[in-house]
Design a protein around this ligand. Structure first.
Ligand code: HEC
Ligand code: HEC
Ligand code: HEC
Ligand code: HEC
Length: 138
């Protein structure tokens, strides 16, 4: 009986620790480049996946790119779990929730273009610089 309880407590501790580690891993800014690949959301994808390095974007607030809207306000805060863009932005527009391709380009390409206009150092705007594996106009 006693042994059983100790074992149960042990199992619970491990489970809590694992859950915390997972939650932490899901919310901490990745320090290595990640690959953005929307094959699941867009099975007939035309372009190759895109590498994205958070460390090159660390001068920006997380909320510049991560959001979750409630009554028109971004209620997502740093430390909370990060959902994939494709969990909300689908293959096609859903009202104000624009389709995934537009969501990505409105975020990534728009910022790079705006900064380029201001003659600031920024990221690429050419298709193949983000989609290196080519596509329909490689
Ligand atoms: C310039 C835009 C941008 C900024 C700034 C940014 N992120 Fe991200 N982040 C992204 C994109 C895009 C993804 C990939 C989403 C997807 O796969 O759908 C991502 C993914 C993530 C992931 C998931 C990683 C994975 O491997 O799946 C975490 C966690 C994360 N970001 C945390 C943060 C935190 C914390 C900050 C602020 C310190 C931050 N991000 C700042 C754009 C950004
Ligand atoms: C929890 C759901 C959710 C997630 C996750 C999410 N979005 Fe959104 N996003 C929305 C909603 C809802 C709107 C519309 C907001 C409004 O105007 O009311 C929006 C708006 C946008 C807009 C502005 C619309 C436009 O016309 O350009 C961009 C850009 C965008 N999202 C990009 C992204 C990117 C990139 C990611 C991943 C890093 C992401 N979103 C993750 C729900 C989400
Ligand atoms: C708010 C502005 C902003 C947004 C949003 C943004 N970037 Fe950038 N990006 C920058 C700046 C500034 C640099 C230059 C950083 C440097 O050279 O130190 C950069 C650099 C880059 C680079 C070249 C550096 C490298 O990693 O080799 C790539 C590729 C890139 N961004 C991809 C993306 C992608 C993909 C997204 C969308 C998921 C994105 N960026 C969103 C501002 C932005
Ligand atoms: C700053 C980076 C960046 C640039 C520049 C860029 N894209 Fe993208 N694009 C992305 C990201 C990130 C995604 C979403 C990830 C994915 O689908 O692989 C995406 C998605 C797409 C998609 C939808 C998914 C698919 O493969 O069918 C198409 C089509 C696309 N881009 C075409 C283009 C074309 C054409 C250009 C040049 C006019 C371009 N992109 C320039 C970052 C970029």
């Amino acid at each position: 009986m006693k042994k059983g309880r100790v074992f149960l407590a042990f199992v619970v501790c491990i489970a809590v620790a694992a859950a915390l580690t997972l939650a932490y891993a899901a919310s901490k800014m990745p320090d290595k480049p990640i690959v953005i690949d929307s094959t699941t959301a867009i099975p007939d994808k035309k372009r190759g996946p895109v590498n994205f390095d958070h460390t090159k974007h660390k001068d920006f607030k997380c909320t510049q790119c991560h959001h979750e809207y409630k009554d028109g306000n971004n209620v997502w805060q740093e430390g909370q779990e990060v959902k994939k863009c494709s969990e909300c932005h689908k293959k096609e527009d859903q009202g104000k929730q624009v389709k995934l391709e537009k969501a990505m380009h409105d975020q990534c390409v728009k910022c790079h273009k705006d900064m380029k206009k201001e003659k600031k150092q920024t990221g690429p705007t050419a298709c193949t610089k983000c989609h290196p594996k080519g596509g329909d106009d490689k």
